[in-house]
Design a protein around this ligand. Structure first.
Ligand code: F3S
Length: 398
């Protein structure tokens, strides 16, 4: 294959012409085709990748075959981590079938052979995949994309799984979209007229994501926000819209640049009434759920501490899953939070989540979530009802 669409260095030409491994040539073909579609002028070197397309529930046998084929000779060139899988890679008491688990483990093994770190988390920035401001990266999990662009200030498009894997194999990605300064300017100002906390962030993100689509919202909040708040906000923005980047005044690293020399005519205001309306709309059921699933995106150690504080000494009647990465769970184990949660009847669930695991096969009817992204996806991806609320309101005690 020849590339007439963008500039390639002599080494990139050789990669494309097949002088390296077949997987390098295949990956370069994917990157060049993408660059062609989006009118990129060149490829840029990346410092890390985050690869989605892991759950057997979402990629099926075709995905497994593709990955096993790639794994015959593909090896990644930059540090790369993996999105959540369809099961906890270690615990076997959640009820998933042996057949599903077997195929899921084969997918993870294919990635392991390619040297992709099998962290299986959507919060790679909590477990060591942490670029610095200005780095070009190729990440694919939409909530992680929103976080790394907005909170860290690294640069990535919303990559599909194969594109992120191709970028990891070549160490490069086409330079367009959010890799360019013009793609990172704000397109809409959002005045949040009331103080918000907890699940409000997800509700605001859901509402603004619908309004802004694939634009770049610039938030003015009445209160300061923590990184966990921004994690929820970005996940919701990316799920109801296609937001990959947002700015928060006086907080995120590019907020001054985002408005520089710009007249923005598009402005929206969000008040308590709108937030409460969205909170109601996100629930498809009422009452207490039979399973509460927290950790969308995967829980941080601070969030796990807060969950442990809320269930300490209680006996829960509903099942509780706290979804996180194996690395964050290791810290929770050491801090005693896992013990407190499990004594209350909860389970720490690693490597997977309520959306990409086949929870619809486990007999639950109503899932309780405190994440707007999960509330948005559980009905469509799992066919189950959701109640969206703060954790303390979802709990049913024995
Ligand atoms: Fe992560 Fe699953 Fe939510 S991948 S962002 S916990 S839907």
């Amino acid at each position: 294959m020849k590339c007439d669409c963008m500039y390639l260095t002599p080494q990139e030409e050789r990669m494309l012409e097949g002088e390296y491994r077949p997987s390098v040539q295949k990956s370069m073909e994917i990157l060049v085709a993408l660059g062609d579609i989006y009118n990129a002028e060149r490829l840029v070197n990346i410092t890390s990748a985050q690869v989605s397309g892991v759950s057997y529930k979402t990629i099926g046998d075709a995905g497994l075959e593709f990955l096993e084929d790639m794994a015959k000779d593909a090896r990644i060139m930059v540090p790369s981590t993996l999105n959540p899988a369809g099961v906890d890679l270690e615990r076997r008491d959640l009820g998933f079938s042996d057949e599903f688990t077997k195929r899921q483990l084969k997918i993870v093994e294919a990635y392991r052979k390619m040297d992709v770190t099998t962290t299986c988390t959507c919060t790679p920035y909590l477990v060591g995949n942490v670029p610095v401001k200005g780095d070009h990266v190729a990440w694919s999990e939409s909530s992680a994309v929103a976080y790394v662009n907005s909170v860290i200030g690294a640069k990535t498009n919303r990559e599909g799984g194969p594109a992120a894997l191709s970028a990891a194999i070549c160490g490069k990605t086409p330079e367009y979209g959010y890799h360019l300064d013009e793609g990172r300017k704000a397109s809409m100002i959002v005045e949040v007229e009331t103080e918000i906390k907890g699940t409000d962030y997800g509700a605001v993100g859901y509402l603004v994501g619908k309004a802004v689509g694939d634009g770049v919202p610039y938030f003015r909040f009445k209160n300061t926000s923590k990184t966990d708040d921004l994690k929820s906000l970005g996940a919701a923005l990316a799920s109801s819209g296609a937001v990959a980047l947002y700015h928060v005044e006086n907080l995120t690293p590019e907020y001054e640049f985002a408005l520089e020399e710009l007249e923005i005519s598009e402005k929206i205001s969000v008040g308590r009434t709108e937030i409460n309306e969205i909170r109601e709309k996100l629930s498809t059921a009422s009452g207490k759920p039979d399973l509460i699933c927290l950790g969308c995106p995967h829980a941080s150690i601070e969030e796990i501490k807060s969950i442990a504080d809320k269930v300490a000494g209680k006996q829960l009647k509903n099942e509780l899953w706290v979804c996180t990465s194996i690395s964050v769970k290791a810290v929770a184990d050491r801090m005693g939070y896992t013990d407190i949660i499990e004594k209350a009847g909860g389970k720490m669930v690693c490597d997977t989540c309520m959306v990409v695991a086949p929870i619809e096969e486990l007999g639950f009817q109503v899932i309780g979530v405190d994440s707007a992204k999960a509330a948005n996806y559980v009905p469509s991806m799992c066919g189950l009802d959701v109640v969206f609320d703060d954790f303390e309101n979802l709990i049913k005690e024995k």
